[in-house]
Design a protein around this ligand. Sequence first.
Ligand SMILES: [Zn+2]
Ligand SMILES: [Zn+2]
Length: 390
Amino acid sequence: MALQTYFADMHIHIGRDMYQKPVKITGSKSLTLTNILKECSRNKGIDLVGVIDSHAPAVQQEIRQLIGAKDAYELTDGGIRFEKVTLLLGSEIEVYDESCQGPIHVLCYFPTLETIERFSQWLTTRMKNITLSSQRYYGTAKELQYKVKELEGIFIPAHVFTPFKSMYGKGVKRSLTEVLDPDLIDGIELGLSSDTGMADQIKELHDYTFVSNSDAHSLAKIAREYQEVLMEEPSFKEFYWALHQVNGREITRNFGMNPQLGKYHTTVCKDCLHALSPEQKQCPACGSTKIIKGVADRIKELKDTKEVIERPPYLYQVPLEYLPTLGPKTFEKLLSHFQTEMNIIHHVPMSQLKTVVPEKLAQSIIHMREGKLAIKAGGGGKYGSITPIN
Ligand SMILES: [Zn+2]
Ligand SMILES: [Zn+2]
C-alpha cells in the first residue's frame, strides 16, 4: 500500500460516559465516545483520533459494546476503526513526583483494548479514582514511563508550556531530564499557546517530533489544532512510526492557532488580568503579586539555542466557525455540500467554494488553507481575534 496523508487530533477528552456520568467534569455533556467518533468520521474529516480518557472503565465498556454490535473493530496494527476514523486509546495523567516543581500532564496511548485495560488495572494502585479525567497519579514520572513502555505504549508530555500543569510551565526548572527519561519520550505536544518556532528555542526539544492537538472539551473544539501524517493507514503502529520517522512515515504539517490567539501568550496579573512585563513583580492596576507568566516570556527564560532545525511547517488556522461572516447556517450549507471540515479547509477548490458561499468568504477559506489569515494579537488575558479580509 502506498503512503498517504491523514489528519490526526490526538487529545480529546470525554465529557460523559455511557451512563451519563461525568468523566471530564468540565467537559460537555454531548462529548461521549460514540459522538466523538461520529463527529470525526462524518463532520470533521479527522482520520485518526486520540481519546485520552480511555482509561475510564465505562469508556472501555462503551468500546466493547461498539465492537460487539459490529460498529467498530480492532486493527491488527493497533487502534480501533469506526466508520472512517481510527481511535487510539489514550490517557492523560497528572504527575507530581518529588523532583517536579508542580504538577505536569502527560499523554499515554496503547495499541489495544487489552493493553489499556491492563494499564487501568495498574492505575487503580496509583490513583484514587480512575473513572475521572486527568487525575493525580501517585508515583514517579519515570515509573509511569516504564509502565507505558512495558505495555508497548506511546508517551508524550502534554501542552508542555502552558502556565499550569505542564512540563516547562511548572514541572521542571530547566530540563525535562530532571523529571523524565529522555529516551522514553515519543513526541512533544506543543499546546495552544506555542508553535514550532517558539519551542525550537529549547535545544533539548530538537530531538523530538512535535504534535499539535485540540485538547477538546466539546465536540465543536475537535480539530482546532491537529496534524497531517504520512502513513500507510491510520493505526497505532503507523502513528508510532510517524513520530520516529520510520520507513518514510512522518508528520508532514502541524496546524494550530496562532499562539498570539491563546490566552496564555502574554504575562498577566492573576487577579485582574492586567498585562505585565516579565520583570514586574506586582500589578500596577490592582496591587496583586499573583502573576501568571505568559508562554512567550517563559520560553525566553528557557531559550538556549538559536540553531534552526528542519521541521514540518506549522500553519496557523482557526476553527471554520471563527471566520468572519461564517454563521451556523452557512457552515451547515458548506458541510452538506462538501461533507467534512477537513475537505472544506484543505481540498475543495475555490471554483466550487464560490458556488456555495460568497466569494469573500471563499477567499478567507483559501487564505486559511495557505496559512495567510490576518490575525489581531491577543493579550492581557484576552483571546486574540481574526481580522476580516477585504
Ligand atoms: Zn492537560
Ligand atoms: Zn487535556
